[in-house]
Design a protein around this ligand. Structure first.
Ligand code: HSE
Length: 436
């Protein structure tokens, strides 16, 4: 049987990893897919990359539309990133009857519903395993391996760059900007690294996971998103003293009133496995009603790690094309007609515990003022630390861990606390998840 012909859009970090693995492991991959897989056409603005990667013998163009319009191509692999022209290219590929693999989480999170509808209409597959958590097969696990379960919640470290930064800050006391520059040089960071640092990349990925876990349409715009740029060395050290690690977590949880969908720095008990996921590694913890907790761990970014997920999708499509054309898994795990309107909750309806750090005047009565405001909102203190900034100074840090409370109540209480004369500046507030 003739090999399946792949057109690659983009030969950057992930495109390079994909081309390299397909070449190196061609025989093994063909044995798995039941047919050869051949990269037949590559669109890249850097043709010299093809020579660097040893694939200069493959047809090259600088115009991606030549690839998506080429009748010889069976599967288009979109590795350009961003919303446009990626969306137009993917829609054209589908219009032309080509299956699509994409690593583009922004595209799927923002336009997935429209793209899947077009794929459905045309009887085609849009596969996006590499879009979430790099090389970890988390989409397959949720869509297929956990199909028996009602997913209760999932929580993930799903941005490698952010986790790399937090790890280096904690372990080596390195400067934020310095670590970010290294992540960019290693090809982990997004073209706009604020997407990593401010949680937008993680929110793209979380909205995809949430839809697949709960059978709801993609709703990136309803994902609460908070970055890591305000986390200080002091917060990292205080959290350690209290027995916690700070991680940038994406959390999706089913509650009676709706779905919590949120990305923010989070204190996690240091004994949890996920609290010990370091560097560029990602991990997703999924709680299913039947299976209990399962944890998926691996490289969340990088050329061959993400290329591994790209090729897994190409192999799935090749198998469907070759031997089992009707055996298609729905794009969002649930049949399109069965998606539900369960609301994604506003953030002030969400319930978590909190770490709160207050810079206070070191004088009598401060704690009483703070605790009476918290008490009036029924917010209870589970642990407490006080640190005098310098011996003899009139400034101190107060660090509190609270019980699980309504975000809205905590916002009200902190607004009142920040208005007190004895409080300097704004409170630092980090959510705490026990993940038990
Ligand atoms: N910028 C992303 C990250 C790349 O650091 O996780 C992988 O999606």
């Amino acid at each position: 049987m003739d090999p399946v012909k792949v057109g690659l859009l983009g030969l950057g970090t992930v495109g390079g990893g994909t081309a390299t693995i397909l070449k190196r492991n061609a025989t093994e991959i063909a044995r798995r897919a039941g047919r050869g897989i051949e990269v037949d056409f590559i669109a890249t603005l850097e043709p010299e990359r093809a020579a660097e990667l040893g694939v200069a013998d493959i047809r090259l163009t600088q115009d991606a539309y030549e690839v998506v319009n080429d009748p010889a191509i069976d599967i288009v692999v979109e590795l350009i990133g961003g919303y446009s022209p990626a969306k137009e290219l993917v829609m054209t590929a589908l219009e032309n009857g080509k299956h699509v693999v994409t690593a583009n989480k922004a595209l799927i999170a923002m336009h997935g519903d429209e793209i899947f509808a077009k794929a459905q209409e045309k009887g085609l597959v849009v596969a996006f395993e590499p879009a979430v958590a790099g090389g970890i097969p988390i989409i397959k696990a949720l869509r297929e391996g956990l199909a028996a379960n009602q997913v209760e919640w999932l929580a993930g470290i799903i941005n490698g760059t952010g986790n790399f930064i937090l790890t280096e800050m904690r372990d080596k006391g390195r400067d934020f900007d310095d670590v970010l520059a290294e992540a960019q040089a290693l090809g982990y960071a997004e073209a706009d690294p604020t997407f990593d640092v401010e949680g937008i990349d993680a929110a793209h990925k979380l909205s995809i996971l949430s839809s697949i876990a709960f059978g709801i349409p993609l709703q990136f715009d309803k994902t609460y998103t908070e970055g890591i740029s305000k986390i200080t060395q002091e917060d990292v050290a205080y959290a350690e003293e209290l027995g916690y690690r700070i991680k940038h977590l994406g959390v999706a949880r089913r509650t009676e009133s709706g779905i919590e969908q949120r990305v923010h720095p989070t204190l996690i008990p240091e004994s949890r496995l996920i609290a010990n996921v370091n560097g560029v590694m990602n991990a997703v913890l999924v709680q299913g009603d039947a299976v209990g907790a399962t944890l998926y761990y691996g490289a969340g970014a990088g050329d061959e790690a993400t290329g591994s997920a790209v090729i897994a999708d190409i192999v799935d499509i090749t198998r469907a094309l070759t031997s089992d054309p009707q055996n298609r898994v729905p794009h969002l795990a649930f049949q399109p007609s069965e998606l539900q309107n369960t609301p994604v909750l506003e953030m002030d309806q969400v319930q978590t515990a909190f770490y709160v750090r207050l810079a206070v005047k070191h004088q009598a009565g401060v704690l009483a003022e703070v605790t009476s405001i918290l008490g009036a909102k029924n917010i209870s203190i589970e642990a407490f630390l006080q640190k005098v900034i310098n011996e003899g100074s009139d400034e101190a840090d107060i660090i509190l861990l609270t019980n699980v409370v309504n975000e809205g109540d905590m916002n009200d209480a902190l607004a009142q606390i920040e208005a007190l004369d004895v409080i300097n500046g704004n409170a630092t507030r980090i959510r705490v998840e026990a993940l038990s």
